[in-house]
Design a protein around this ligand. Structure first.
Ligand code: NAD
Length: 329
C-alpha cells in the first residue's frame, strides 16, 4: 500500500526535517502541503509535486490522504491534530503536545489540552499518533536500551542526567523510557521565568531515583548515566556513543556507531523515527514515541514546573496509569 501524506506546517521543522524524511520512505508519497503562508505552501508543493493548500479545512474536504504530518509549534498543534484525528488520519506531530508558556515552562493547565488529543486518538482504533521524540532513533539510545534489556547491568537503581536546556522535553521522555514511570518530583530553578537552568529529582514507580539538570550551554547535548544493580551505562549526545561496565570490573564496553558501525546524524534520526512510524502503521504495531509517551512527558514536565513554583515535592498524576507502560530496562 502507498500511504498518502499531507504536510501541515511548512516552516523550519516541516521543510528541513519532516517532509524530506517522509519523502524518503518508499511507501509514502507527499500529496499535499498546507501552510497559512501561501509562499511556504507553494514552495513545498512544487518541491514534492503536491497540491498547495492554505486552509486545513479545505485540505480535509478536498484531498484524500492517510497521514497528517503536523510539524508546527505548540500553539497551533491542538486545533490541527484534533481536526485531523476526527477525520481518521494517522498523526505525526512535534513535541510538546501543549505549552501555553512555551516548551521550557510546561504547566499543569497544559496537561488537559494534551489529554484531549489522546482521548480523541483513543476513539479511533487502528490510528497511530506519533510524536517526534527523535532520540528514539539515535543509534546509541537504541543500543543502550538493548544492553539494559539484556539484563547484564541488573535492575534499575537510578539515573544521573545532564542536558543542554533545548533538549529538555526529549530528555524527560528518555528518562521515562530508560527508568519507567515517574511518580513524583522535587525541582528547583534560579530564574523561574526563563527556566533554562533547572534541576530535578525524580522518583520512579519501581523505586529508583534520578537527578536531572539542565544548563543553558553545554559542550555535549546530553549525557545519561543509567545505574543498575550490577553495572552502569553512559549514553552521550545525539547520534553519539554509549559505554558500559559492571560495578566490579574495569573492563569498559564501547559502542560508537559514528566511527565504527554506521553513519548517524541529527538529520538521520528524523528519517529513522519517521520510517519506524510508517512501519508501525503498516504492521499495526506499537510506536515507541506514541501519544501516551507525549502525554506522560507533559505530566512529568508539568509536575517539575509546579515543584519549582511552589518549592514543594509534586506528585505526577498519570491519566489512565495502565496505558503507555513500557517494560523497565
Ligand atoms: N523534534 C525535534 O528535535 C525538534 C527540534 C526543533 C523544534 N522542534 C519543535 O518543532 C516545533 C516548531 O517547529 P517550527 O519552528 O517549524 O514551527 P512553527 O510553529 O514556527 O511553524 C509552523 C508552520 O505552520 C504554519 N501554520 C500555523 N498554523 C497553521 C494552520 N492552522 N494551518 C496551516 N499551517 C499553519 C505556520 O505558518 C508555519 O509556517 C516546536 O513545537 C518545537 O518544539 C522539535
Amino acid at each position: 500500500m502507498m500511504y498518502k501524506v499531507a504536510v501541515i506546517g511548512y516552516r523550519a521543522q516541516g521543510s528541513i526535517h519532516h517532509a524530506p524524511a517522509f519523502a524518503r520512505v518508499p511507501d509514502c508519497r507527499i500529496v499535499a502541503i498546507c501552510d497559512v503562508v501561501e509562499d511556504r505552501a507553494k514552495e513545498g508543493a512544487e518541491k514534492y509535486g503536491a497540491t498547495a493548500y492554505m486552509d486545513v479545512d479545505k485540505l480535509l474536504e478536498q484531498e484524500e490522504f492517510d497521514i497528517a504530518n503536523i510539524p508546527v509549534g505548540e500553539k497551533y498543534r491542538h486545533e490541527l491534530v484534533m481536526k485531523c484525528l476526527r477525520r481518521g488520519k494517522h498523526i505525526f506531530t512535534e513535541k510538546p503536545l501543549a505549552a501555553e508558556d512555551g516548551q521550557f515552562a510546561i504547566k499543569l493547565s497544559d496537561v488537559p489540552v494534551a489529554r484531549e488529543m489522546v482521548d480523541e486518538w483513543q476513539k479511533h482504533e487502528g490510528l497511530q499518533f506519533g510524536i517526534c521524540f527523535g532520540l528514539h532513533a539515535s543509534a546509541n539510545v537504541v543500543r543502550a536500551k538493548e544492553v539494559i534489556a539484556g539484563g547484564e547491568l541488573g535492575d534499575f537503581a537510578g539515573m544521573h542526567v545532564i542536558t543542554q536546556h533545548n533538549s529538555w522535553n526529549h530528555i524527560i521522555d528518555l528518562v521515562r523510557y530508560f527508568g519507567g514511570e515517574v511518580t513524583g518530583v522535587a525541582a528547583y530553578a534560579d530564574d523561574q521565568d526563563e527556566m533554562s537552568a533547572k534541576t530535578a529529582t525524580l522518583k520512579f514507580e519501581n523505586g529508583g531515583l534520578a537527578t536531572l539538570a539542565s544548563y543553558k550551554r553545554l559542550a555535549l547535548q546530553f549525557q545519561i548515566k543509567w545505574i543498575g544493580t550490577k553495572g552502569e551505562i553512559i549514553v552521550n549526545n545525539i547520534a553519539g556513543d554509549a559505554y558500559w561496565y559492571l560495578h566490579d570490573s574495569l573492563e569498559t564496553r564501547v559502542y560508537d556507531e559514528t566511527r565504527t558501525v554506521k553513519r548517524c546524524s541529527y538529520k538521520a534520526i528524523f528519517e529513522g523515527l519517521i520510517a519506524e512510524f510508517v512501519s508501525s502503521i503498516r504492521e499495526g504495531s506499537d510506536f515507541v514515541a506514541d501519544g501516551w509517551a507525549g502525554l506522560r512527558h507533559m505530566e512529568i514536565d508539568a509536575a517539575i514546573t509546579e515543584s519549582i513554583r511552589t518549592g514543594q515535592f509534586a506528585t505526577v498524576n498519570r491519566y489512565r496509569p495502565e496505558m503507555g507502560r513500557r517494560p523497565i530496562g
